[in-house]
Design a protein around this ligand. Structure first.
Ligand SMILES: *[C@@H]1O[C@H](CO)[C@@H](O)[C@H](O)[C@H]1NC(C)=O
Ligand SMILES: *[C@@H]1O[C@H](CO)[C@@H](O)[C@H](O)[C@H]1NC(C)=O
Ligand SMILES: *[C@@H]1O[C@H](CO)[C@@H](O)[C@H](O)[C@H]1NC(C)=O
Ligand SMILES: *[C@@H]1O[C@H](CO)[C@@H](O)[C@H](O)[C@H]1NC(C)=O
Ligand SMILES: *[C@@H]1O[C@H](CO)[C@@H](O)[C@H](O)[C@H]1NC(C)=O
Ligand SMILES: *[C@@H]1O[C@H](CO)[C@@H](O)[C@H](O)[C@H]1NC(C)=O
Length: 186
């Protein structure tokens, strides 16, 4: 206790100053961080140690496959995990990455449903999920992604009616068991 009282106020000030000036760009947005950790948790098999290397030693913007916004430097805009041999499901937390624009999971073994929450991603432009094992329905909520212009779901096990998807310029839905009609607009 006696020792503690001898630390000079100026050292304490310096200590405080040092930490209070850490640039905001080094911080992780907590929501995006939790979403990526949930994404990692839903992966059962990662033979190339890609998501296994995602830990808080590094800010998530430096994690493999993750790109952040230039303007909002603690927010995720792209996830690119093509051909990484990943097996697992896609966490519904994906819907919390509110600035996400591109997601590429092509040529892995993702199974289960594509979570409906993906429809919350207002800025989403490209979904590349070809050559996985996604099953169930294509979420109707995708129609809420007004900027989505590329959607590739080739080689999955989806069985769905497709709602009206707006602004789709490239649409890869073949080799799924689709029923229903694709809107004439598309
Ligand atoms: C993370 O970003 C979201 C969306 O902009 C914002 O609502 C939230 O407050 C941010 N969280 C933190 C801890 O900065
Ligand atoms: C954290 O990730 C880095 C690479 O991103 C790796 O070198 C390090 O071993 C990891 N640490 C733990 C505890 O997994
Ligand atoms: C698909 O991913 C596997 C690794 O899981 C890789 O060996 C293979 O070359 C990839 N195929 C293509 C066409 O990229
Ligand atoms: C993110 O999404 C999940 C499931 O979709 C939800 O349970 C969670 O509370 C959401 N919010 C945050 C801030 O992580
Ligand atoms: C599809 O996945 C299988 C099994 O992982 C792989 O062998 C094949 O190369 C992939 N094809 C394409 C076009 O990615
Ligand atoms: C579906 O999308 C709407 C509009 O973006 C959103 O408010 C809603 O939360 C989404 N539903 C789910 C289950 O995430």
């Amino acid at each position: 206790m006696a020792k503690l009282s001898m630390i000079s106020p100026s050292i304490i000030m310096l200590f405080f100053f040092h930490f209070s000036t850490t640039p905001a760009t080094c911080k992780n947005n907590e929501t995006d961080l939790q979403a990526l950790l949930a994404f990692k948790n839903a992966i059962d098999h990662d033979p190339m140690d890609v998501v296994n290397s995602w830990n808080e030693t590094l800010p998530f913007c430096s994690w493999k496959g993750i790109l952040c916004s230039k303007r909002h430097q603690d927010r995720v805009v792209s996830i690119d995990l093509m051909s990484r041999g990943l097996t697992g499901s896609l966490s519904s937390h994906i819907g919390n990455l509110s600035l996400l624009r591109y997601i590429t999971l092509q040529n892995n073994s993702f199974h289960g449903q594509i979570p409906e929450e993906i429809g919350r991603l207002r800025r989403l432009e490209q979904i590349e999920f070809s050559n996985n094992s996604f099953s169930g329905e294509i979420p109707r909520n995708l129609s809420q992604c007004r900027h989505l212009y590329y959607l590739n779901l080739i080689d999955n096990d989806l069985i769905s009616e497709l709602g009206s998807l707006i602004e789709l310029e490239a649409l890869g839905l073949s080799r799924n068991r689709l029923s229903g009609t694709i809107t004439p607009f598309i």
